[in-house]
Ligand binder design. Structure first.
Ligand code: LFR
Length: 493
């Protein structure tokens, strides 16, 4: 193809892909060049990422892209948040790349609070307290005497790591930096004081950079293998959620009084509002919301919700039991199963990283005095209903923080094509749901590269392009009484 292409490398917590974005006749089209699995690797008692395996797949994808497009202008990588690699001064790994579900962070919040009070951490960072946050991963490494921390010279989040491999340049891009709970979302800088008080080596954390920054061309070793000669490495919002939020087809960017919220729906569900500035208030602390940095200086006020993780893991459990089910079959069986046959709180600790998800769900039914599911469909349905009910709670919290009602819920990402979940969300929340685009993360990634290169003038223009290119699906609430009744039971779980 002769069209100018921008390549998005989009790495999620269960799969990755290389996608080419091309504007044709005023519409953005995506071409999925290469998809690959991304699964945590069990190593002794730990859970780690195979980052070099990912790098191999990325290079394969880039080579495929350059075989197909002669006019590739730029490439950028986004990924899941909080996880990182440490690189020493000669450019080697200083330790393993851990998965955020690894057990080493259990109990680390309390350990951190003994050093710096919870309220002070929140004031400094505006970030929700989750054990997965980088701050607690690094604290766990420190308390375990991990020599990697001493040996390290550079801290790189996942996107930064691949940008370094691509360009040879170190960067710490702010949208993902804001997930670490070691930075200040008011100015996008590291919270040096907090880093020092936690006893972490401050020199690891280099100057932060904004999305849209051009790091320069792909380095020669990569160019010769992939064919990406002279292609620029341009930072998107490296945090996948920030890229996804950029692709929400709303027509007001970072409104002071938002009438809409988003759910970036994948392995995790990230639900929140896009605001002009952080909301670091007592209420926000109490409800455990986060102020992550978005594109164009915006704030993503949001909450992490478990997402499709449980649904995905049930499929793994079924496989282990010798039953192979497709996503479509799971959704069909969920639809046929009785409503509210099993109520779960998807954010219960039971579901964070169980050895077997079906066992964990059965155990949850037992410990909460509910009947053992009579069919597999009940498990599938519970995973979706639990999410919708959690969205309802989260919506209430958002509205109470904002002080006004939200009218529309935008669902973007993989979950936006799950019509059953979208309808359940509309029903449970009693709001209009606007679903799509499904490839929001890759779209946001491409758009930010285009903004960085001056091919799109603003975030507003980027969103106009989204609206011109992808048709969303709308769901209106039904059955709201049944959901209200279920929500009451849900609250008492
Ligand atoms: C979504 C996401 C979330 C982050 C979680 C863990 O893919 O990036 O925003 O909290 O993964 O990294």
């Amino acid at each position: 193809s002769q069209h100018v292409a921008h390549l998005a490398v989009d790495l999620g917590a269960s799969s990755g892909r290389v996608i080419a974005g091309v504007v044709v006749d005023g519409k953005l089209t995506l071409d999925a060049i290469h998809r690959f699995a991304n699964e945590p690797v069990r190593v002794h008692d730990s859970l780690q990422w195979d980052v070099l395996g990912l790098w191999r797949e990325i290079q394969t994808g880039l080579r495929m892209a350059s075989a197909k497009y002669v006019n590739i202008e730029s490439v950028g990588v986004d990924s899941w948040g909080v996880d990182y690699v440490l690189i020493d001064k000669v450019g080697q790994f200083a330790g393993s790349c851990f998965n955020h579900r690894d057990r080493r962070t259990r109990g680390m919040l309390e350990k951190a609070f003994e050093i710096v009070p919870r309220s002070e951490i929140f004031d400094a960072t505006g970030v929700q307290f989750l054990e997965i946050n980088t701050a607690y991963q690094l604290l766990a490494a420190k308390l375990a005497g991990d020599p990697g921390l001493e040996a390290a010279d550079q801290f790189l989040l996942i996107g930064d790591f691949f940008h370094w491999l691509l360009s040879g340049v170190h960067s710490n891009e702010i949208t993902n930096v804001s997930t670490t709970q070691l930075s200040n979302p008011r100015n996008g800088q590291w919270s040096r004081d907090l880093i020092a008080r936690l006893g972490l080596p401050s020199s690891l954390f280099k100057e932060t950079t904004s999305p849209g920054t051009n790091l320069g061309p792909v380095q020669p070793s990569v160019a010769s293998f992939t064919g990406l000669d002279g292609v620029s490495v341009v930072l998107p919002a490296t945090h996948d959620t920030a890229s996804a939020v950029l692709a929400v087809p709303a027509d007001d960017f970072a409104p002071a009084k938002p009438s809409w919220c988003y759910i970036s729906s994948g392995t995790w569900s990230l639900m929140g509002c896009e605001l002009p500035e952080p909301m670091i208030t007592d209420k926000c602390a109490e409800l455990n919301f986060t102020n992550e940095s978005g594109v164009g200086g915006s704030t993503r006020l949001l909450k992490n919700i478990c997402g499709l993780w449980i649904f995905q893991q049930i499929r793994q459990s079924m496989l282990r039991r010798g039953k192979e089910v497709s996503w479509d079959t799971m959704v069909t069986e969920a639809k046929q199963a009785p409503a509210f046959g099993l109520l779960i709180n998807p954010d219960a600790m039971d579901f964070v990283a169980p050895d077997d998800m079906v066992d964990a769900l059965t155990g949850f039914a037992e410990s909460t005095g509910q009947a053992k599911p009579a069919s597999d469909g009940v498990y599938y349905r519970a995973a979706l209903e639990g999410l919708a009910l959690r969205y309802r709670v989260c919506l209430g919290m958002l509205e109470s923080m904002l002080g006004h009602p939200i009218e529309t819920i935008h669902i973007v990402g993989g979950g936006s094509v799950n019509a059953l979940l979208c309808q359940m969300t509309a029903d449970a929340c009693n709001r209009t749901v606007v679903a799509g685009p499904v490839e929001a993360t890759a779209i946001g990634n491409v758009l930010m590269q285009m903004v960085g290169l001056g091919k799109l003038k603003s975030i507003d223009d980027a969103r106009s392009l989204v609206r011109a290119s992808f048709e969303p699906t709308t769901y209106q609430p039904q059955n709201t009484d049944a959901w209200t009744a279920a929500a009451e039971k849900f609250e008492s779980l």
